[in-house]
Structure formats: structure tokens, C-alpha cells
Design a protein around this ligand. Structure first.
Ligand code: FAD
Length: 503
């Protein structure tokens, strides 16, 4: 059994010259097998046992520790780093497939191992000394990581961060609190803090590297009891004269580094959401193929069939969009695109995808529970755990509402039109493409829309953009015919939304 399915392999094939990527595919195969095997088998125990706070230290349950070790042994941890720092130069494209498979098995585990991605920010903006000292430990999996941004008064609005960073004799000290920090007891934290006393907005914030001494200067004061992803510790942290070092330039913490970090993290949450949705789809496929009512397997009923097929369509088409965005980041990292333009596009795509994938994953898990009927409402069944785990995907790394605001500003600036025009230009103009073009052109008039109306219809406008892009990508890779009825429905939906709002 493996989670490295043909669906994933084929979708990767649209973007990657696979013959050059044999080693990466082998890594994915290994992760697919481990995920479908031990990690999936451990998931119920992880959900039940969660983690605990003992004498100020976070303790993961033994199954989570075992899972992390298994992934470390595959060489997955830190694999996105360059070879020189112990990584494998794993492109983000392949990393997204790995995140989906791990999340399909255990969504809480993904939150822990994906945090190793903070290494990419250190690799890009750290000094040579910081890179040499810190990155090998992350790649080997010896150093665990956390990203400490949120505070009680600063969640969606990170400009309101208050944690103080003060420099004295060349040493930076942190004072204050953070909350809701995944893996807050980690060995290495990236901490967003106010370095410019008296400043009020994001330009007074810098990013700091904190090598956790695990002493009284950095204390985990609370471990949250959550609805789901129970294997993932969510911590409050108190900093009292905690020593740290500046990462990159002062004042660039939020406006540059965190923004970039979140672009990658949002794609990872989109992949996580797809993994949970895929787990729910497989549970639903299994159950509906055995359960009989009215003398028939329930998967023969038209409404049930449609729900199952819709899951396949939504997951498959969104996966391609996710890989499209990841590939864009990989291509720009290789230096063949203009950086500023690509950064705007990837920011927009990460917001649209985080929004679209997390919302659709919630709908898919909801449908999966529905297809189990009364059994779906019982404790301790897999879809029950999935429905608790999936809920957070629309909340963390920026809520759906924040993604809509962020995407909308870029749709208004023409960034979305640029992507659509570029992709549409490459396609022969048949009836379907002509319709997509027409809807897309109407959407590009968004900047003329009355601002109050635009604010009100913001979610619908972003949803329409999400649908239009996936339609283009399905066409680009000649797979829209596989989903003809859902493509028709998507065309109707986007046409209805865009024309009724904008004309
Ligand atoms: C399990 C878990 C793990 C987490 N891990 C981390 C972590 O590792 N590191 C970290 O730094 N943070 C982490 N977080 C924090 C997370 O990123 C925040 O919870 C999230 O960004 C939302 O902030 P908030 O909870 O303060 O909600 P609020 O910002 O108070 O939002 C409440 C509601 O208001 C809405 N809202 C707010 N502003 C607007 C607006 N301008 N327009 C429209 N609606 C708006 C929101 O969408 C939401 O519905 C984690 C959270 C959870 C639950």
C-alpha cells in the first residue's frame, strides 16, 4: 500500500521532467509507503494521546516520535535545503506531494515536519556563520523548529506584534509572550518582534533566530487542548531576557521575510488540506462500495455518485493548481523569471490556494461524514477525526478572510489577469476557452467596481478566480474532458458570479 498514487505521479509529470528527477521520485515513493503504512496506522493513537506539558517541557506521544524518526530516516527533513547544508535541493513541487501524503496519513505530523521549512528563510537571509551553524542540524532532523509570530493581541493583524526586542552591547534580548505557537518548545525558533521602540506598524518589526536554551528565559507556559491535530503541540511561550540574534536586516521582519515565509507555508497548508480531503475521499469510496440500502450499493445512487466524483474533481484539479504555483516558485528560484513579478504571482496564488483548498477540503470531509450516514456521527471513526483535523486549515497561516483580502488586492492590481492572459495565450481558442476568456476579461474590470460592492462580494470574486484558473490548467494539460460535467458546472458558476457582480 502506498499514498504515492498515480494521480499524484501524473500531476507531477505535467510540470517535472521526471527522468531528471529519479531520486526525488524515489524519496516520494518511500514517503508514500511510510505514510500509508506506519504513520496511517499510528494516527488514531496520536489523535487520542496527543501531547503533554511536563515540567515545562512538551512531550510528544511515542507514536509521533516514531513517525518523525521514520521521516528523518527517509532523508525528508530539511530536504528542501541545498546539498551543501545537508539538504537535497528538493523542489517545492515535490515537497507539496510529500506534504499531501503525510497529511493524508496524519495531518498533525505535517505541522511538525513542515516547520523545518524555516530553514529556507535562514538560508536566504542568514549570515554565512548562521547558515553554517544552524542548517546542518535542521537537515539531519536533530534540530526541531518553530515559527513564533502570533500573540494574544496580534493574530490576523501581525503589525500589532508587541514582543520587545532590545539590543544592548551587541546582544539582542526578547521580552514578552507569544501564543498558539506550533511546536513552541522547539530547539530553534524564528521570532517576530518589535525591534524599533515606539513604532506602531509592521515596519518596526524584525525577525530573530532564537536557539532555545530550554531554561527560564524561554518558558512554555501553556499547551492548548484543541479540537483536532492533537499530535501537534500548540504552545504559549514567555520570553524573559531571552538571547537571540537578528536575521537579515532590521525592520524587514514582517514586510519581507515573514511575507515570503508565509507564501510557502500557505501552499503547505493547501497541500495539507488536500491530503486530509484525499483521506476522506478514500474512506467514503470504501464505505459506499460496501454499504447497501434499497437492495443496492449506495455508491450506485446518483447523488452519492456525484458527491464522490466531485471529491475526485475538486482534489485533482486543485492539486494541479498547487503544483503550478509550486513550480512557479521553483522556476523563479532558478533565476529564470523576474523576481518581483513572480513574487507577486506566487503570493497571489498561495492566498487563492490556501483559501480554495482549505475551504473545499472542509466541504469534502463534510460530505464524507454525510456518506457514512449515522456511522459518520460516531466517535472514533476515521472521518470523525478528519472532520476535526481539517477545521483548522481555514484558520491558521492566515484565515480564509485574510486570504480573500490579500488575493483581492492582487486581483485588483492586475496580477491575476497577467497569469490568466499568459496561460490563455498558449491555448487554442475553442468554445470553452472563449468562455473562460470572456469571464476573465469581465473579471479584469474589477478595479472599476464600487469599493463597497467589491468588499461585499470579495469571497465570490476570489472563488471565481480560483475556479477560472483551475479551468485553464485543466485545459492546458488536456484533462478537462475527464471531468466534463464538473467543468460545465464550474463555467456556469464563475460566469454567474462574475457577470452578476461586475456587469
Ligand atoms: C492549531 C494552531 C496552530 C497555530 N500555529 C501557529 C504557529 O506555529 N505560529 C504562529 O505564529 N501562529 C500560529 N497559529 C496562530 C494562527 O496563525 C492564528 O490563530 C490565525 O492567524 C488567526 O488569528 P487569531 O486567532 O488571532 O484570530 P483573529 O485575528 O482574532 O480573527 C478572528 C476572526 O476575525 C476575522 N478577521 C480578522 N481580521 C479581519 C479582517 N481584516 N477582515 C475580515 N475578517 C477578519 C478572522 O478571519 C477570524 O474569522 C496557530 C493557530 C492554531 C489554531
Amino acid at each position: 500500500m502506498t499514498f504515492f498514487t498515480d494521480n499524484i505521479l501524473n500531476s507531477l509529470g505535467f510540470f517535472a521532467k521526471t527522468e531528471q528527477n529519479e531520486a526525488f521520485l524515489q524519496l516520494l515513493k518511500n514517503i508514500g509507503e511510510i505514510s500509508a503504512g506506519k504513520i496511517a496506522a499510528n494516527a488514531a493513537a496520536v489523535d487520542k494521546k496527543g501531547c503533554s506539558l511536563e515540567n515545562g517541557r512538551v512531550k510528544l506521544c511515542k507514536e509521533t516520535v516514531e513517525n518523525i524518526k521514520l521521516l528523518r530516516d527517509t532523508g525528508y527533513l530539511g530536504s528542501s535545503l541545498p546539498v551543501g547544508f545537508g539538504g537535497k535541493n528538493l523542489p517545492r513541487l515535490f515537497a507539496m506531494a510529500a506534504v499531501e501524503m503525510i497529511s493524508r496519513a496524519d495531518a498533525s505530523l505535517m505541522t511538525l515536519v513542515s516547520l523545518q521549512d524555516i530553514a529556507l528563510t535562514i538560508e536566504k537571509y542568514g549570515t554565512e556563520d548562521q547558515k553554517r551553524r544552524l542548517l546542518p542540524g535542521i537537515s539531519s532532523g536533530e534540530t526541531s523548529c518553530a515559527m513564533a509570530l502570533s500573540e494574544p493581541g496580534a493574530g490576523s493583524d501581525l503589525q500589532a506584534v508587541r514582543l520587545e526586542a532590545q539590543e544592548s552591547d551587541g546582544v539582542w534580548l526578547l521580552n514578552g509572550t507569544k501564543h498558539f505557537i506550533t511546536n513552541g518548545d522547539a530547539d530553534l525558533l524564528l521570532v517576530l518582534a518589535r525591534s524599533e521602540a515606539g513604532s506602531k506598524d509592521g515596519r518596526g518589526l524584525s525577525l530573530f533566530i532564537l536557539e532555545n536554551p530550554h531554561d527560564s528565559t524561554v518558558t512554555v507556559t501553556r499547551l492548548e487542548q484543541k479540537t483536532g491535530i492533537n499530535g501537534s503541540p500548540t504552545c504559549s511561550i514567555s520570553f524573559q531576557n531571552a538571547r537571540c540574534e537578528l536575521l537579515g536586516r532590521r525592520r524587514f521582519g514582517l514586510i519581507r521575510y515573514v511575507l515570503e515565509l508565509l507564501t510557502g507555508a500557505r501552499l503547505s497548508v493547501a497541500a495539507q488540506a488536500l491530503g486530509i480531503a484525499e483521506a476522506a475521499r478514500h474512506e467514503a469510496l470504501r464505505y459506499t462500495s460496501t454499504r447497501e440500502q434499497f437492495g443496492n450499493k449506495i455508491n450506485n445512487f446518483a447523488q452519492v455518485r456525484r458527491m464522490l466524483d466531485n471529491m475526485g474533481y475538486e482534489i485533482g484539479s486543485t492539486r494541479i493548481m498547487l503544483y503550478f504555483a509550486a513550480n512557479l516558485i521553483d522556476v523563479s528560484a532558478a533565476g529564470s523569471e523576474t523576481e518581483r513579478e513572480t513574487a507577486s504571482e506566487t503570493e497571489l496564488l498561495s492566498s487563492i490556494l490556501k483559501y480554495g483548498a482549505s475551504e473545499l477540503a472542509n466541504r469534502i470531509v463534510y460530505d464524507a461524514v454525510q456518506l457514512f450516514g449515522g456511522v459518520g456521527y460516531l466517535k472514533d471513526i476515521v472521518v470523525g477525526r478528519l472532520s476535526r483535523d481539517v477545521r483548522v486549515t481555514t484558520i491558521y497561516e492566515g484565515t480564509s478572510q485574510i486570504q480573500v483580502l490579500s488575493a483581492l488586492s492582487k486581483i485588483k492590481n492586475g496580477v491575476f489577469s497577467n497569469i490568466m492572459d499568459r496561460e490563455l495565450e498558449k491555448l487554442p481558442c475553442d468554445g470553452e476557452i472563449a468562455r473562460i476568456k470572456e469571464i476573465s476579461e469581465t473579471l479584469s474590470r474589477i478595479s472599476d467596481l464600487d469599493p463597497a460592492k467589491c468588499d461585499f462580494f470579495a469571497p465570490e470574486l476570489v472563488e471565481a478566480s480560483f475556479i477560472l484558473l483551475r479551468l485553464v490548467l485543466l485545459k492546458k494539460f488536456s484533462i478537462s474532458q475527464n471531468y466534463a460535467q464538473f467543468v460545465d458546472l464550474d463555467l456556469l458558476k464563475s460566469d454567474f458570479l462574475v457577470k452578476n457582480i461586475l456587469l
